[in-house]
Every structure is written in C-alpha cells, then in structure tokens.
Design a protein around this ligand. Structure first.
Ligand SMILES: [Zn+2]
Length: 461
C-alpha cells in the first residue's frame, strides 16, 4: 500500500469517526447545518449601545450576543480576518499588518498586492481544512477565499471587487448554499462601517448613523434572504467584525522626520503601528525614536510585550513603534484619515462584537467578552472537523451552544438565594426552640433546687 492509499484509508476512518461523533444514529456529518460567517469591517463594539439596530437586535435576541471580542494585534483588517478563520495570533499566521516585508525572500505585501499565496501559507484557514475533509466552502470577498492558499481557493468564490454590492455578494452565498448541499461553510465580507469610520471619524454621529443604518438594513436583507431560501431555520449564522475605530485629529500627529533622518531606515508600515527596517546603527535609531514623542512607544523586536503576541515572525521588523490611542504617525505632512484602527488590542475602542443565530446556538443568551481566536475552535466544533493547533479555547466559548451543559447564572443566583432562605428559616426556628426551652425547664430546675434547698438532709451539713 503506498503512502497516498494509507492517507486515504486514514481520512476515511476519520470521516466515519466524525459521523459517529456528531451522529445520533441516523444523522451524519453531511446532515450538519451549514455555517455562515459574516464580517462587517470596522464595527466597533460600542456602536451597539450608541445607535439603533432593529434587525441586528432581532437577530441576536433570538440567539447569542457577545458584547466584545478581544481581537489580535495589530488591530488591522487582514490580521484579524485571518485570526478569525485560523484561531492564531498574527505572529503565528504570518498576516501581521496591512504592509509587510519578508527579508527571507525580499517580498513586499500591500493591500493592493495581497494575492501571492506566500503571505497566506503559514496557516490553514478553516475553509481549506474543511475542503480537505471532502466538504465544500464558499467565499464572497472574505479576505483570502479567492486565493490559492495551500493550493486551493474556496470551492466557490467571488474575485475581490469592492464595487460588488452587498446584495450581490449575499445572493451568491445563498445560491451556493441552496444549490449544493455539500457547502458547509460560507464567509461573507462587507467593507462598512470601516470605510465611513475612516473618512469621517467615529465621532461624526450623522455619518456613522447613516452607515450603520445601511449595515443594519443589510442584516435585515440577510435574514429575509435566508428565510426565502428556506435556510433560516437550519443554518448557523455568525455576524462579527475584525476591529473597531477611533477618532484621530490633526492635533495628535507624530512627525517622524522631526526625530530621525528618513534616509536612516526603510519605512515598511506607517500608522498606528510603524515598522522600521534600520539602514544605520539600530541602537542610535532606536534611541532617537524612543525619545520622539511621549504618545508613541518604540520597541526593539525582542522587547515587544508578550501580551501582544507579536514577536516571533521574520516579517516583524527590528524596530516597531506603537502610537497611543487616537494618535497618528506620519513622516511629515498632515492627517489623512479622521478615523483609524490598528492600535493596541487591549483598547476597547479597537474591539468588535459577535452575534450568532441558528439551531446550534442558545436563544437570548449573552456574554461580555471572549478572545477572537476562540471563534475558530467553536466553528470547527460546529462543522465537526478537528481543530488544527491554535491559540483559541473552545471551553471559553462553548456555553453559547445549546448542546453544552453550562451553569445558568440565573439558576445559580436563584439556588443561592433559595439555600440562604432555607438556612435562615432553620436558624430562626432553632433559636425560637432554644428560647422556649429555658422557660419550660427553668421552673422545674428552680423547683428542684428549691426542693434541694428545702431538703433538710443532715448528711449535707
Ligand atoms: Zn480600516
């Protein structure tokens, strides 16, 4: 038996193991509900509290709401979309920023030049794993679905084109899901409210209200389309985002040219995380950048804090600058965008939200926060495929599933109150009984004593 045949047998065994694991006698993995993952780029978590979302509210009130996702650093679009579908921090999946340089092969990555599989191949997105197990997937503009990652695109995909409307993207997704029941995973991406957030800043409530109403209308259309195609009751849908957005200002500019000579380094990426490839003495450049502005931290690569999970990759440059929230790094000149993201992922303004609906999810259930990398093991569980090594945790998120036994906070509080009432009642009754005892026994005791007193026993004297 050659190696290929052995692998096929192993795959077949695993396939049946999946069927057994997920089945109840008649159900096989093929009967599992499909999973649709939707991202509205740049949907800051607290937009949910500040604006009205009638459709989205309808969606999660009949499902799950996770109010905040702690996403990954850098809080940019590509790193975070890739973390959602791999469960890996950026240093592990290699999609580290919007602009990168790999010194091993001397290649440059930009948002306009992103289709070389080289940049994507350090990780395996969930649709590639799924397809390796014989299922199909569909992608409508989700970053990477139209590229040859590990030699395969998503089974069905749309070539990225920002001009294609949401309706058209959604129409393709529902078509693929209804026409081919081996499609088990679909991913849908939309550029708003990120675009408006950058252009006007998240504090422009007029423009943000307009963009967010449009997003909510898209959620309404999504529910309507899924209903019309008969998918609504049997599909699991997750709506989330990659990052938040924060207001920037001309008053919060950091001008690098005031601190270092531009000929002393190559600028790989600019703001709010600046990647510097030194051309002169690293220590001198680092010292000058460290003292450049109190609202910007400079790190030598080896000293980047562990919590950022942003050190162990060749594509991270020798010096990294991180601007404070709302500050913009430029070499010289003026502010270009009124809103931005990419900052420290511990900042709430950088966090997106997550909502879920479908047969697998609890109803009217909410959680405060999870890590965005936890979504990957959850999705693997929903699809019945094994997780590849990842930074997420299924146990952190499993309570959103109706099939999981989780303590209900309301029930726990109720039980604690119940136990306290019972204990208080017992204590009260015990005290009552104790108080009564002396009033009945004492007179006898006294009588006995009196009798004793009265006992004129000569022996005692
Ligand atoms: Zn953006």
């Amino acid at each position: 038996m050659n190696l290929k045949a052995v692998l096929c047998v192993l795959a077949a065994c695993f396939q049946s193991a999946i069927s057994l694991k997920t089945g109840n006698g008649t159900e096989t993995a093929r009967d599992l509900p499909p999973l649709l993952l939707v991202s509205f780029d740049g949907f800051r978590a607290d937009y949910l509290n500040k604006y009205s979302f009638p459709n989205l509210q309808k969606f999660y009130s009949d499902g799950v709401l996770i109010k905040q996702l702690t996403n990954v650093f850098t809080t940019k679009t590509f790193p975070n979309h890739y973390s959602l579908v791999t469960g890996l921090y950026a240093e592990s999946h290699g999609m580290l920023a919007s602009r990168m340089y790999d010194p091993r092969v001397k290649k440059i990555f930009t948002l306009q030049n992103d289709s070389d599989p080289f940049w994507w191949n350090e990780a395996t997105p969930i649709w590639v794993s799924l397809q390796k197990w014989g299922y199909k997937s569909a992608g409508a503009m989700w970053p990477g679905t139209d590229l040859q990652i590990q030699n395969q695109t998503s089974s069905y995909f749309l070539k990225y084109d920002s001009k294609v409307s949401f309706k058209e993207r959604l129409g393709n997704i529902t078509k693929w899901l209804t026409e081919d029941d081996s499609v088990k995973f679909a991913a849908l991406y939309w550029e708003e409210p990120d675009h408006t957030g950058h252009k006007y800043g998240p504090e422009n409530t007029t423009e943000m209200a307009r963009a967010l109403k449009e997003v909510d209308d898209h959620v309404g259309l999504l529910m309507e389309q899924l209903n019309q195609t008969g998918l609504w009751e049997r599909i699991n849908v997750i709506i989330t985002s990659d990052h938040g957005m924060v207001q920037c200002s001309q008053d919060r500019l950091i001008q690098l040219n005031k601190c270092v000579n531009p000929s002393s380094y190559v600028l790989v990426d600019l703001t709010p995380v600046t990647a510097i490839l030194p051309l002169t003495e690293v220590s001198v450049l680092y010292k000058n950048l460290s003292n450049c502005n109190v609202h910007m931290k400079a790190y030598l690569k080896a000293a980047i804090p562990d919590r950022l999970h942003y050190r162990n990759n060749e594509r991270i440059q020798p010096i990294i600058l991180v601007a404070d929230e709302g500050w913009t790094v430029v070499q010289q000149g003026n502010l270009k965008r009124l809103g931005d993201h990419g900052y420290d992922n511990s900042l709430p303004s950088m966090h997106p939200f997550l909502a879920a609906h479908g047969p697998a999810f609890r109803k009217d259930y909410w959680m405060n926060s999870i890590n965005s990398v936890d979504l990957y093991p959850l999705m693997c569980h929903l699809l019945g495929i094994p997780e590849l090594p990842n930074n997420g945790s299924f146990s952190a998120v499993h309570c959103v599933l109706v099939s999981e036994k989780c303590p209900d906070l309301g029930v726990i509080v109720g039980m604690v109150i119940g136990v306290l009432i019972v204990l208080s009642t017992i204590t009260f009754l015990f005290r009552l009984m104790k108080n009564r005892e002396p009033s009945t026994s004492r007179p006898f005791a006294r009588l006995e004593l009196q009798e004793d007193d009265d006992d004129d026993d000569p022996m005692l004297e």
